[in-house]
Write a protein that binds this ligand. Structure first.
Ligand code: SF4
Length: 495
């Protein structure tokens, strides 16, 4: 069970973390509106994408102010802070760290002074050529004695911000058109100078990024759900390889790279909100369709289909619909535990999964259950879940997973685990079944999952399932994530 539920698991036991999202980004250009508050609510809608830190940068046309801190959006900002952030343009960021540690310094937006003013940047994704870019920063500093010399640039985001600020004789817009074509990997960016809101998306469009319209302004956000919350109408996706600039002259668009779409398939399975639309596909409907296909591929004789809430719910509804087995809620999720930053005591730690999920004995006692979840990463959570359901009287527990086995790490902004930690690495489905103690276990096939998305297979990144990485990986990453040592178990294809 992944991050939405895995968040708390992560707090309780880092070894049991599910996939963690990279980040959520939001940007707004709307003179006359309360842009900081719009951004706050936008980030609120994107909270599921990152819970470690939150930040907002606002420009009043003369200077940029940045406020950021560790914690949830609602913990970082209050009314008086938002009131002090006055301006016409804002960007916001909710972070889960994939590179760099979880410290204030790495919270975003990242700010840099430039020769002509300043720039603030928020990033969702993960670059794969950061080392090369750091070298580029060094060369530029040596050549030009840049205004940013001396700034620490270690994470991929800080390197991008430093590069954007490193052109003494160019505007941020001109610098962006120099820098963007040099970036490799996944990046959905929002950034701004004092007068202009910018957004850009990598040539593969791995992470989502959409454009919306307010009555008097524009919005850019990771997901359409964030447009809905601020009353913006959806216009279109920012295209892979596209750069846009929005200011008093309207919206300008340029292409900095040829589009080669490889959208992350895991966004459909789990990462995005169910009420978001990606590539014209409604995520809830895709998840329900995955459940229907899962029921056709792996039927089972059972009394009740229950989801692992909330992320397993749409697929469980689909599974129940297709199989004719009644749908029910057998687990109650404690939705308000969230990420508290309070370490549970040893006694609480032993409760593990009970802190976030509590079974309903009346619903499950004596029943043959189909339990639908979206993914298995290390398997610890599912093992605890199956044990708990049996303790509460389940007669049989059949686990159905709405994604294929996760066998490969993600290098594009999702933190699953190293390959050695992934339970599906090198063992069979039946061995996983035994390990988690289920009566049966089945994962949807990759082909059925792809078909459920309605997106052509070639336009999707599926690397965590099939090891085919659409953007080349640096050798350091291959070694660091234990890919080279274990590639005998499956073919590794890097294209
Ligand atoms: S490796 Fe998996 S999680 Fe990462 S971008 Fe590709 S499909 Fe998404």
């Amino acid at each position: 069970m992944p991050r939405g539920d895995g968040r708390l698991t992560h707090d309780i036991d880092p070894q049991d973390a599910g996939p963690q999202d990279a980040c959520g980004v939001f940007g707004v250009w709307a003179p006359g509106e309360e842009v900081a508050k719009l951004t706050y609510f936008g980030l609120y809608a994107l909270q599921h994408r990152g819970q470690e830190s939150a930040g907002i940068a606002v420009s009043n046309g003369k200077q940029i102010l940045v406020y950021k801190d560790m914690g949830l959006v609602s913990q970082v900002f209050d009314e008086s802070t938002l009131d002090s952030l006055k301006g016409e343009i804002a960007i916001g960021h909710a972070r889960y760290s994939t590179t760099g540690s979880s410290v204030w310094h790495n919270a975003q937006p990242t700010f840099r002074p430039t020769a002509q003013g300043s720039v603030a940047l928020g990033h969702n994704g993960n670059l794969t050529n950061t080392a090369e870019l750091i070298e580029m920063v060094r060369q530029r500093e040596d050549l030009a004695g840049s205004a940013t010399k001396g700034e620490t640039a270690t994470s991929d985001t800080s390197v991008m911000a430093t590069l954007l600020a490193s052109f003494p004789d160019r505007s941020v817009e001109e610098a962006a058109l120099e820098v963007l074509p040099r970036l490799r990997g996944a990046f959905s960016l929002v950034f701004m100078d004092e007068h202009t809101l910018y957004a850009a998306r990598d040539a593969q469009g791995i992470r989502p990024l959409v454009l919306g319209r307010l009555e008097r302004g524009w919005v850019v956000a990771s997901e359409t759900a964030a447009l809905d919350i601020v009353g913006a109408s959806y216009i279109r996706e920012i295209e892979p390889g596209e750069f846009i600039a929005i200011d008093e002259n309207g919206l300008r668009t340029e292409r900095f790279a040829k589009a080669e779409p490889k959208g992350c398939i895991f966004e459909y399975v789990y990462l995005a909100r169910p009420d978001t639309t990606i590539s014209d596909q409604r995520v809830f409907s895709v998840r329900a369709e995955i459940g229907r296909r899962l029921a056709r591929e792996f039927p089972v004789d059972a009394d009740l289909v229950i989801p692992v809430p909330e992320s397993g719910t749409p697929a469980a509804i689909g599974y129940a619909e297709e199989s004719g087995i009644p749908f029910g809620h057998g687990l109650v999720k404690n939705s308000y535990v969230g990420r508290t930053f309070i370490q549970p005591s040893q006694t609480l730690r032993q409760l593990g999964i009970r802190l976030k999920l509590n079974p309903l004995r009346d619903v499950i006692e004596g029943k043959k259950l189909v339990v639908v979840d979206d993914s298995i990463v290390r398997g610890n959570t599912q093992r605890a879940l199956v044990r708990m359901l049996r303790e509460f009287g389940a007669a049989e527990v059949h686990v159905r997973i709405s994604s294929p086995p996760v066998k490969w790490p993600c290098f594009y902004g999702i933190d699953f685990a190293s390959r050695a930690e992934l339970i599906a690495n090198g063992i069979s489905v039946d061995e996983i079944r035994k390990s988690i103690g289920a009566d049966s276990l089945a994962y949807i096939s990759l082909d059925q999952l792809v078909e459920a998305t309605n997106v052509p297979k070639d336009n999707l990144c599926r690397a965590c399932f099939d090891g085919i990485y659409p953007v080349a990986l640096p050798e350091d990453d291959l070694i660091g994530k234990h890919l080279l040592e274990v590639q005998d178990t499956l073919p590794l294809e890097v294209i």
